[in-house]
Design a protein around this ligand. Structure first.
Ligand SMILES: [Zn+2]
Length: 291
C-alpha cells in the first residue's frame, strides 16, 4: 500500500499560520515516506463558505511550494456518495432519525450530550430530522504524536446528517478518506475528539482504519487556537521561506541556519530529508501574531 496522506482545508477564509503547520506536517510526512499527498476542499457547510476562498487557498499552497497528486476534490461535488453511505447505515439500522432540537436535549439531560431518546421513541415524521449514528462502544487508538487515546465515556449517538439538510462533517470525512485510500492522517489536535467518531463510522461502513498523527495546535497570546474565528492573520505569500522555517521550528524540527539563504524548493527538500515526526511536541507554544 502506497502511503497516502492529505490536507483538507475548509474554504471559510484564507490559510493562516495554524493551517500552514497542518499542511506542512502532512506534506513532509507523505514526502518522507515517498507517498502521495492529496488536497481536498471541505466545502459542505455552504453557509460558512467564503466565495473565492478555495481558489485563494490553492494559490497559497502553490506559492508555498506544495505539490499535490491528482485533481483537488471538492466535497460539494460528492453529495450522492455521502447519500449512499447514509442510506447504507440507515438501512442496516446503524443510524436513526432524530427530531430533537439542541434546546430539547438540554431540557431533558441538563447538558448538550445526546441521550439516545429517538432511538427508543422514533419521530413520527422524517422531514426536518437529523440522522444519528448508533454508538455503543468506546474507541481507543494510538496516535503517533499524542500517544494512546482512550475516551472517558462512550461516544454519544452523533449526527451524521444535519437537521438543516447538510451531511455532517464526520460522515463526509470518513467516506472521503476511504474513497481516496488515505492511510495516514496528519492534522491538528483540535480534531482529536472527532477521531473516535470517524473510527466508529469506518467500522460500521467496513472501511480500513488509517494511522493518525495529531499535531499540536498553535495559539495566540490569549491562548486561543489560531483560526479564522480568532482572526488569525492570513499567510503572507511574500515571506514563504521564512514562514516555512518558522513552522519547522514549531514542529520541533531543527532547520539549519543555511536554509535562510536557500530557495524555497531547496528548503522544502531539506525538510523532507530531515523530517522527524518523533520530534514534534505534544503541545505547542504561542505564535506571536506580529511576525
Ligand atoms: Zn432525538
Amino acid at each position: 500500500m502506497v502511503y497516502t496522506g492529505r490536507f483538507a482545508p475548509s474554504p471559510t477564509g484564507p490559510l493562516h499560520f495554524g493551517s500552514l503547520l497542518a499542511a506542512l506536517a502532512s506534506y513532509l510526512d507523505a514526502r518522507a515516506h515517498h507517498g502521495r499527498w492529496l488536497v481536498r476542499i471541505e466545502d459542505l457547510d455552504t453557509p460558512r463558505v467564503v466565495k473565492g476562498a478555495s481558489d485563494r487557498i490553492l494559490k497559497t499552497l502553490e506559492q508555498f511550494g506544495f505539490e499535490w497528486h491528482g485533481p483537488v476534490i471538492y466535497q460539494s461535488d460528492r453529495l450522492s456518495i455521502y447519500n449512499d453511505a447514509l442510506t447504507e447505515l440507515v438501512s442496516h439500522q446503524l443510524a436513526y432519525p432524530c427530531s430533537c432540537s439542541r434546546q430539547k436535549i438540554r431540557q431533558r439531560t441538563g447538558s448538550n450530550r445526546y441521550d439516545g431518546y429517538c432511538r427508543v421513541h422514533p419521530p413520527k415524521h422524517r422531514t426536518g430530522c437529523a440522522i444519528r449514528s448508533i454508538c455503543a462502544e468506546d474507541y481507543s487508538f494510538d496516535d503517533l504524536i499524542q500517544g494512546p487515546q482512550t475516551a472517558n465515556h462512550p461516544i454519544e449517538d452523533f449526527v451524521i446528517f444535519r437537521r438543516d439538510g447538510f451531511f455532517a462533517y464526520q460522515l463526509a470525512v470518513t467516506v472521503d478518506d476511504a474513497a481516496q485510500q488515505i492511510n495516514h492522517i496528519v492534522r491538528g489536535s483540535d480534531l482529536l475528539d472527532s477521531t473516535p467518531k470517524q473510527i466508529h463510522l469506518q467500522q460500521q461502513l467496513g472501511y480500513p482504519q488509517p494511522i493518525y498523527a495529531h499535531i499540536p495546535v498553535a495559539t495566540n497570546l490569549q491562548g486561543q487556537k489560531l483560526s479564522k474565528q480568532t482572526l488569525a492573520p492570513a499567510l503572507d505569500s511574500h515571506q514563504t521561506r521564512q514562514q516555512i522555517i518558522r513552522a519547522l521550528r514549531f514542529l520541533g524540527q531543527q532547520p539549519v541556519a543555511e536554509l535562510s539563504d536557500c530557495r524555497l524548493d531547496e528548503c522544502l527538500a531539506w525538510a523532507v530529508e530531515h523530517w522527524d515526526i518523533n520530534a514534534i511536541p505534544k503541545r505547542m507554544g504561542i505564535i506571536l501574531e506580529s511576525n
